[in-house]
Design a protein around this ligand. Structure first.
Ligand code: SAH
Length: 394
């Protein structure tokens, strides 16, 4: 094994000694041997102490640590990590049960694989690399997924064009690494849906809302539901199963609305309680009436970087304020933020300001987060990104 070495500045080894898996470029004193972007490197403290081995990248996060032990990153390494991830999902009873075959198999740092996301839809795994190192390792990882999952996973689709750093210029690489047979219908909690991993957003579906959708189902009976930012309709078909009187799904993407309609048809053929609209959220919210008594607000990440945090918080405040002003008395709002840079406290503050603006009486019923197949590495609290509040509005 002869990985190139990165030496940290004095006192900069502390976070690594506490198993935080990132090395920031500002912490580096010396890089030996000019590693290429994506290459495996070893990280050492000033005193010569070994700290970890990981993928090197040019940017704010210079190294993503794969192992805090001095080891070679081999096919066996990928297998061990993927096996640990797979075993956890089996423990969570998400793998190939009669009612569920949709789950996140690898959640980056949460599964000790920083830079890698894998979502599974029935027999297809959709893999997304967020680092150049994971991009170079993609074939070995696909192999490991197949070895671990056996015949449960027949296809591995690689979808990283939107997530790799643009400057790395890695070209058009999206495509099947294994298999290629397209069964695009998956199941979550007994509900079926089409997933478009070829062209859809993220890996094709928002797997992280599974538990929150189940909770929504319990509140839906007899209600008039607005699913704002519906994407392919996840919350909508749970609301319908839960006995909602009517469900209106809204998203600015007409493609998403098209799939939403297909998904409702798949589960509730001919059911006239559902309507879908391709429209901008703010336009719809401004023109809608005051007849909803269950509103879901699940917008895209308003802030992707810390420097736009203020604007993002304004966005959440504005969005929620309209919902508070228009929801029927006794109504319930499910409101979310999936921006990693927006803390739980900041999000709550934005929603609090929106409530105050409306003057309504508001109580918090539930504080929601991401499900167990999106685990948070205890040494990497940044991994907690999904925040939600369920509010009762009088
Ligand atoms: N709730 C969804 C996931 C939402 S993702 C689920 O459970 O699957 C965010 C969605 O917001 C995307 O589908 C995106 O197309 C949509 N979107 C982004 N900007 C929008 C806008 N201004 N108005 C309406 N929808 C918007």
């Amino acid at each position: 094994m002869s990985y190139k070495k990165i030496i940290l500045k004095p006192k900069k080894e502390e976070s690594l000694l506490r198993f935080h898996p990132w090395v920031f470029s500002g912490a580096i004193q010396k890089i030996e041997g000019e590693p290429e972007e994506g290459e495996l490197v070893e990280v050492y403290g000033t005193n010569g102490r070994f700290l970890g081995v990981g993928h090197y990248q040019i940017g704010g996060i210079a190294v993503r640590i794969l192992s805090f032990e001095q080891q070679e990153i081999t096919a066996g390494f990928w297998q061990e990590r993927i096996r640990s991830a797979f075993t956890l999902r089996e423990t969570l009873e998400l793998v190939d049960t009669p009612t569920n075959n949709t789950y996140r198999l690898v959640h980056g740092e949460g599964d000790h694989l920083p830079g890698l996301i894998v979502d599974v839809y029935d027999s297809t795994a959709v893999m997304q690399a967020h680092s150049v190192g994971m991009h170079y390792s993609r074939k070995e990882i696909a192999q490991a997924i197949q070895e671990v999952a056996g015949d449960k996973i027949k296809n591995v689709y690689y979808k990283s064009e939107g997530t790799l750093p643009f400057k790395a210029d890695l070209g058009n690489e999206d495509g099947y690494l294994i298999g290629g047979e397209e069964v695009d219908i998956a199941m979550e909690n007994g509900l079926r849906f089409h997933v478009d991993w070829l062209k859809g957003q993220k890996t094709g579906f928002f797997v992280d809302q599974r538990d929150n959708r189940s909770l929504l189902e319990k509140y839906s009976a007899g209600r008039s539901v607005l699913n704002m930012f519906c994407y392919t309709g996840g919350f909508s078909f749970y609301a319908m199963r839960g006995g909602a009187n009517e469900v209106h799904s809204v998203d600015s993407s007409s493609k998403a609305i098209h799939i939403t309609k297909q998904n409702v048809e798949l589960n509730f053929p001919g059911d006239e309680r559902h309507q879908a609209y391709a429209e901008d959220a703010f336009k719809y919210l401004e023109r809608m009436g005051e007849n909803y008594d269950l509103i879901i607000l699940d917008p895209p990440a308003f802030a992707k970087h810390k420097n736009v945090l203020r604007n993002a918080l304004q966005g959440y405040r504005k969005l929620n304020a309209i919902a508070f002003s228009k929801i029927k008395p006794g109504g319930i709002i499910f409101t979310f933020s999936c921006s990693q840079v927006v803390s739980k406290e900041n999000f709550r503050l934005a929603v609090f300001s929106a409530a105050a603006q409306s003057g309504r009486r508001v109580r918090i019923l539930h504080q929601l987060t991401q499900p167990a197949d999106h685990p948070v590495n205890i040494y990497h609290p940044e991994g907690e990104y999904l925040k939600g509040l369920v509010l009762y509005v009088e």
